[in-house]
Design a protein around this ligand. Structure first.
Ligand code: GLU
Length: 431
């Protein structure tokens, strides 16, 4: 499946251990945010777990004729604001807790950006890089059969996530259409263009991060030209982002892939590196002087953008970061404790649920286009994405100033407000 897959895995025991409990992370900041808002304990108790969670076993016939059973999950965090929305990840380390937390984060993203959705997330425990295209197709179809009663264009709309791509969305759509016996492009987003995908969806997350950086550069009076940026991750998000930055005259001084990292204070030749990635998005293997992902995070730069996996910045390395700003392009790359430490050091952290919301924003645009049967130009998509990112950033920043808190907690507040208010108005909880 190679370089089209959505993220670059960072091989590190430390990292793998730490991404195991994002649910704890989610509920801890949720608690803080609901306290600041003065909500009743019911709100926290209701929102800390998804409203619905399905665990399935998917039998898949492998190419060698044997049947293998894969474990899959779908979490629907909250549907007070509309159908639930969120990607499906294929990864060997997927856990129930991770999927639950990611569904909660999706609710927050949709709340912050004002999308008429609640959050969801799916996951299958598998190693896609060791599977053939036929095996991946059977697994994708099997997952849709297993969750089909729970999902649908007005119920829960999946999308790509880590190690899933537009081809996988196409197989899933086809399976769903067969089950329902009608064409329903709005069932899933991140589809290929010919099947009702949207212009600009593939690059939406990286464009959203780019627009975020542009806002920060204006606010902080730090021109993009010559700015030194490190991008950890060289997959769909990190790779596209590094390219756009390079095009704008930003000095991308460091990049990392699954196997290692490259750092050069003079700036890297990003188009050249992108052209030399192998089918799994790996380029570091071509160099002798590579450093580890952990080492890269501590290198000097103006802006550090973790764009790979969760939990890479924690109490152990937050004091060693050598940057002024962190923009979280991955989901949950910085722990709550690390954000506090960075705050104390005057390092701004722009939170994931704001900075990487470009993906779900353009997924929403894709769904609108499917529902209307009328398709937009790439320019329209990107202009509307930029507007949404701008407005959401300013709202979060305003909330941070108003309560004297960091942008992470402010983003939780912005997101929770929408879900809590809608849940309250429906009579589910008392605020
Ligand atoms: N998987 C992406 C995310 O984590 C996109 C979700 C979507 O488009 O629904 O935001």
């Amino acid at each position: 499946m190679g370089s089209n897959l959505q993220a670059t895995e960072v091989k590190s025991q430390k990292v793998n251990n730490e991404r195991k409990n994002p649910q704890k992370e989610f509920s801890s900041i949720l608690k803080e945010a609901t306290n600041i808002l003065g909500y009743s304990k019911d709100v926290f108790d209701f929102l800390k777990e998804p409203m619905r969670f399905l665990e399935v076993n998917i039998p898949v016939q492998m190419d060698n004729g044997q049947t293998k059973i894969f474990r899959g999950y779908r979490a629907q965090h909250n549907d007070a604001n509309g159908p639930t929305k969120g990607g499906i990840r294929f990864h060997p380390d997927v856990t129930a807790d991770e999927v639950k937390a990611l569904a909660g984060w999706m609710s927050l993203k949709c709340g912050i950006t004002g999308l008429p959705y609640g959050g969801a997330k799916g996951g299958i425990v598998c190693e896609p890089r060791n599977m053939s295209a036929n095996e991946l197709e059977r697994l994708s179809r099997g997952y849709v059969r297993a969750v089909s009663q729970l999902v649908g264009p007005t119920k829960d709309i999946p999308a790509p996530d880590m190690y899933t791509n537009s081809q996988i969305m196409a197989w899933m759509l086809d399976e769903y259409d067969h089950i329902r016996e009608f064409d329903s492009p709005g069932f899933i987003t991140g589809k290929p263009l010919v099947l009702g995908g949207s212009e600009g969806r593939e690059t939406a997350t990286s464009k959203g991060v780019l627009y975020t950086l542009q806002i920060v550069s204006e606010l902080k009076n730090m021109p993009l030209e010559g700015m030194k940026v490190i991008v950890q991750g060289f997959g769909n998000v990190g790779g596209h982002l590094a390219y756009y930055l390079h095009e704008l005259g930003v000095k991308v001084v460091g990049i990392a892939d699954a196997l290692g990292a490259i750092y050069d204070t003079d700036g890297l030749d990003i188009p050249d590196l992108l052209g030399r990635r192998d089918s799994f998005g790996i380029v570091s293997g071509l160099f002798d002087n590579i450093i580890t992902n952990e080492e890269l995070l501590e290198k000097e730069c103006d802006v550090l953008i973790p764009a790979a996996i969760g939990g890479v910045i924690d109490e152990g390395n937050a004091h060693k970061l050598n940057c002024q700003i962190v923009i979280e392009a991955a989901n949950g790359p910085t722990t709550k404790e690390a954000i506090q430490l960075l705050d104390d050091r005057g390092i701004l952290v722009v939170p994931d649920i704001l900075a990487n919301s470009g993906g779900v924003i353009v997924s929403y645009f894709e769904w609108c286009q499917n529902n209307q049967g009328y398709y937009w130009t790439k320019e329209t998509v990107e202009e509307r994405l930029k507007e949404k990112i701008h407005a959401s950033f300013l709202n979060v920043q305003h909330t941070a100033d108003q309560f004297g808190i960091n942008m992470k907690t402010a983003a939780y507040i912005e997101g929770i407000r929408k879900i809590a208010e809608a849940s309250g108005l429906r009579g589910w909880i008392k605020l």
